[in-house]
Write a protein that binds this ligand. Sequence first.
Ligand code: CMP
Length: 155
Amino acid sequence: MERTCILIKPDALQRNLLGEIIGRFERKGLKIIGLKMMQLEDIVLEDHYEHHKDKPFFGKLRSYMKSAPVIAMALEGLDTVEAVRIIVGPTKGREADAGSIRGDLSMSIQTNLVHASDSVENGEIEIKRFFKEEEIFNYKKIDLNFVYSEDELED
Ligand code: CMP
């Protein structure tokens, strides 16, 4: 099974969209293995957005991400990184397809509600960045055999 990391951003909290967003991942059949509210600090944001730190929008991105707490989620499932990126949609909300979180709920390029890991490798790095080992849960999800076929679970 593959794991990915989600951050539900401060605009989602301010716009009362937490239940709506978490519900979409749940209804898809993804297994929640970690979930917590946290206030991000500069040091972790500089690490998380390393690849954006020379971009002109970096300062504003950092202030926005610190403006209220975020919800960090770790999700598990088959091909989860890609499945989650489809649910989230592309960066600019007003260009995202209807049906995706950003397509349905966001108009912005910055306040786009959700962050999702962009690769399996980064998913693992980000889970370690935002969760302690004991905050990730290994439990049996009883709907697994309805979410996937037997063959898919054997692969
Ligand atoms: P995300 O794709 O999750 O990670 C990088 C974030 O930077 C992105 O979401 C937006 O929140 C923000 N971002 C990306 N491009 C811009 C931009 N041109 N102006 C402002 N914010 C941006």
